[in-house]
Ligand binder design. Structure first.
Ligand code: PGA
Length: 246
């Protein structure tokens, strides 16, 4: 039995004041969520603030990115140990916005994955195809390659302690969602690719998840939760998505 997991990815949104009211809004509604595990990923500068705001709750905190390096002369980078130090449990690696705008290769993402696990964090490994790749019928090949890079470097066993997020690039922030059947097909493929480790791995769906489509996505056998962008910035919407996973 895989515990449902909902993670909010705040991306580059927020301020000290806005974060406080968003967290307050989520916590105020919290009594209806018992089963699902829930976390939020604010921008790195606010991790200390948000992990403190969440300290008396069972909502976790995560980062949106991490350095592959352990320590040293890497200006601007943040290590996995530092993230753990300020209260993170999770870190997103390989989000498509980082692959695209920061030219992150699958190999670099795999190194970040290992750095996260070495510091005791749960990596949330994002994979996903572009619209052109889907139209060219390359979806499973692309996902397979992105997954394989992490499996090769970290080993299959390491995948059992990880979370995978399938996020079709064409569905992120566009309002377009993969149909439950489209998502299920890819989730099942990912689980199969992981062999024995696949049974335990939680595979989240991401891409325009909203209160109105969450339940039908979560009803699919291989969808274990969601990575939520835009809707995680509204406490009522985020809460309703969490409730749909109950
Ligand atoms: P979205 O973003 O929910 O705004 O589409 C999801 C993500 O990028 O993680």
């Amino acid at each position: 039995m895989r515990r449902p997991l909902i993670v909010g990815n705040w991306k580059m949104h927020g301020s000290l004041q806005a974060n406080e009211s968003l967290v307050q809004g989520v916590v105020a509604r919290w009594s209806g969520v018992h089963l699902a595990e829930v976390g939020v990923c604010p921008p790195a500068v606010y991790l200390s603030q948000v992990s403190q705001l969440l300290a008396s709750t069972n909502i976790g905190c995560g980062a949106q990115d991490v350095s592959w390096a352990e320590t040293g002369a890497y200006t601007g980078e943040i290590s996995a140990a530092m993230l753990a130090d300020v209260g993170c449990q999770y870190v997103i690696v390989g989000h498509s916005e980082r692959r695209e705008y920061h030219a992150e290769s699958s190999e670099l993402v795999a190194r970040k994955f290992i750095a996260a696990q070495s510091a005791g964090l749960t990596p949330i490994l994002c994979v996903g195809e572009t619209l052109a790749q889907r139209e060219a019928d390359e979806t499973l090949a692309v996902i397979g390659e992105q997954l394989q890079a992490a499996v090769e470097l970290a080993g299959r066993k390491a995948m059992t302690a990880a979370v995978i997020a399938y996020e079709p690039v064409w569905a992120i922030g566009t309002g377009l969602t993969a149909t439950p059947e489209q998502a299920q097909e890819v989730h099942e493929f990912i689980r199969d690719q992981l062999g024995e480790a696949g049974a335990a791995v939680r595979i989240l769906y991401g891409g325009s998840v909203k209160p109105s489509n969450a339940a039908e996505l979560f009803a699919q056998p291989d969808i274990d939760g969601a990575l939520v962008g835009g809707a995680s910035l509204n406490s009522e919407d985020f809460y309703r998505i969490c409730q749909a996973a109950e």
